[in-house]
Design a protein around this ligand. Structure first.
Ligand code: ADP
Length: 496
């Protein structure tokens, strides 16, 4: 008999991937398809849910074929772009329109009206979220209000809503299972993360009928099985998890205070807060990290809008580097000039997030001298990602997160060792890079393995996590303080 394997689907914003893992969590093969972005109007972003479904089928079939066939595929897990919303007809199986993607801002006016009407406190208390059109609620409300006859069909019980995990589960199960998991539910702005249930008051506020909502299950457990017609025989579906939450699991951050930080286009930091749902006074989000055997673990989440975008800007706009990797060589070749004469790059391309929260701020390169070169500006760009992480950790500290033992990092930027060392130096926290950096999809596989009993506990998953590189803080405290003061005065310069 073929040895047991775990199939994990990673349905992301720009691509759909499947990775086959061994039962021990070792990656065996991967397959990926890019996803078409649809921009119907300014600030609107859509995906074709049928295209997502076809891509999912095709990447799954591809990795199954590459790894010896369906025998031995013991579990299937899904991780997904969060908040993106699909509304479909339960009878025909057809989506009523394209999926509205998390980035889509068409709900912004609805959100502004809710803020104006004073609903922010109640919504934050119940959902852990700040009122924003990123979350699913206003997307669903928009569909019900703007697709002809959708509201009437919903009232007759003919429509189903789901985030991407839920839509894929429904399709994979041949329309038998309409369910999501607690992490995905926690991003809809309709779910009470403390009570663990859809909230009737919020449903009334957004005029969303309860009949369209999926059942909310544990993150790992029984989600039914795939239809035998799809892959030749059934595969038990045993985990659904939102992408950032998947990465937290893939980084084995299971103890309160453990942090994962993802450095891609933007940067997403999640801190495990255990069984406590910590409210934020710094406009960070309280979210469900995972729910296992009915027990909810919570996390605090903060994001930095511009991380990898700094490197893209240096390459594509300023043309100071020809590849992202070149940034490391340039930064490493410079003498360390300490605090004096240091160039600062504040990448506030789209404003500044936590803890500054200034949407009007714009980017700037400061403290140039006659000696400054492109290399100094490139280094300042890399440093800005680390300074912003420091600021985010300061906000987390103010919310009660003290001295994380390490920052477990992932995402495209972590190939850069110079960046990781400066990150450790400026935050004063050791930085850890795992051997397998695709932590999101690994997290889905770990959870699917847990749901199927291939892993017996989180401790077993913890033991499967492997360290590749560790950067320990080694900068003198005085230098660190001087550099941070320079950064803070640079940030003050861009505030409007
Ligand atoms: P996303 O998932 O958000 O699309 P990725 O995790 O793939 O992003 O990361 C891509 C980002 O990482 C890009 O912005 C790229 O410029 C940056 N990047 C890739 N390699 C390096 C490197 N060696 N040094 C710094 N940045 C890098």
């Amino acid at each position: 008999m073929a040895s047991q394997r775990i199939l994990a689907i990673d349905q992301g914003t720009t691509s759909t991937r499947a990775v086959m893992f061994s039962a021990a969590g070792e990656p065996l093969a991967a397959s990926q398809t890019p996803l078409r972005q649809i921009y119907p109007a300014d600030g609107w972003v859509e995906h074709d849910a049928e295209e997502i479904w076809q891509a999912t089928l095709s990447v799954c079939r591809d990795v199954i074929a590459k790894t010896g066939g369906i025998d031995g595929v013991a579990a299937l897990g899904i991780t997904n772009q969060r908040e993106t919303s699909v509304l479909w007809n339960r009878v025909t199986g057809k989506p009523v329109m394209n999926a509205i993607v998390w980035q889509d801002r068409r709900g912004a006016a609805l959100c502004a009206a809710l803020r104006e009407a004073g609903h922010e406190g109640v919504i934050q208390n119940k959902t852990g979220l700040l009122i924003d059109s990123y979350f699913s609620a206003t997307k669903v409300q928009w569909m019900l209000d703007n697709i002809p006859s959708a509201r009437a069909a919903a009232t007759r019980g003919e429509l189903a809503f789901g985030t991407i995990d839920c839509f894929l589960l429904w399709r994979l199960s041949g329309g038998r299972v309409h369910a999501t998991d607690a992490t995905n539910a926690s991003r809809t702005m309709l779910y009470d993360i403390h009570q663990g249930q859809w909230d009737d008051d919020l449903l009334a506020l957004f005029a969303i009928p309860k009949s369209i909502l999926p059942e909310v299950r544990d993150t790992a457990g029984d989600f039914g099985a795939s239809d035998p017609a799809l892959f030749g025989r059934t595969i038990p579906i045993t985990a659904l998890v939102g992408d950032q939450h998947g990465a937290l699991v893939g980084q084995a951050c299971f103890e309160p205070g453990m942090v994962k930080s993802t450095y891609g286009t933007g940067c997403f930091v999640l801190v495990n807060t255990g069984t406590v749902a910590l409210p934020s006074r710094n406009r960070l989000l309280t979210t469900i990290a995972y729910r296992l055997k009915g027990e909810t673990t919570y996390a605090l989440e903060g994001s930095i809008f511009n991380a990898g975008t700094v490197i893209q800007w240096l390459r594509d706009n300023a043309r100071m580097i020809t590849s992202a990797g070149e940034s490391e060589k340039l930064a490493a070749a410079l003498d360390d000039t300490g605090g004096t004469g240091r160039v600062y790059f504040v990448p506030a391309f789209t404003g500044l997030g936590a803890p500054h929260w200034n949407p009007h701020a714009r980017g700037a390169i400061l403290s140039l001298t006659r000696d400054s070169s492109a290399a100094h500006i490139v280094r300042a760009g890399l440093e800005s990602v680390c300074y912003q992480t420091h600021d985010l950790l300061t906000a987390l500290r103010q919310d009660g997160i003290v001295a994380p033992p390490a920052l477990r990092v992932d995402g495209g930027m972590i190939a850069n060792n110079w960046l990781l060392q400066f990150l450790a130096d400026i935050t004063g926290i050791p930085v850890e890079r795992p051997v397998y950096a695709e932590t999101t999809v690994l997290g889905a596989a770990f959870l699917a393995g847990l749901g199927r009993g291939l892993f017996s506990s989180l401790d077993e998953i913890k033991a499967a996590w492997r360290l590749d590189f560790r950067a320990a803080p080694r900068m003198a405290e005085a230098q660190r303080r001087t550099l941070l003061e320079g950064w803070q005065s640079a940030v003050r310069c861009v505030m409007r």
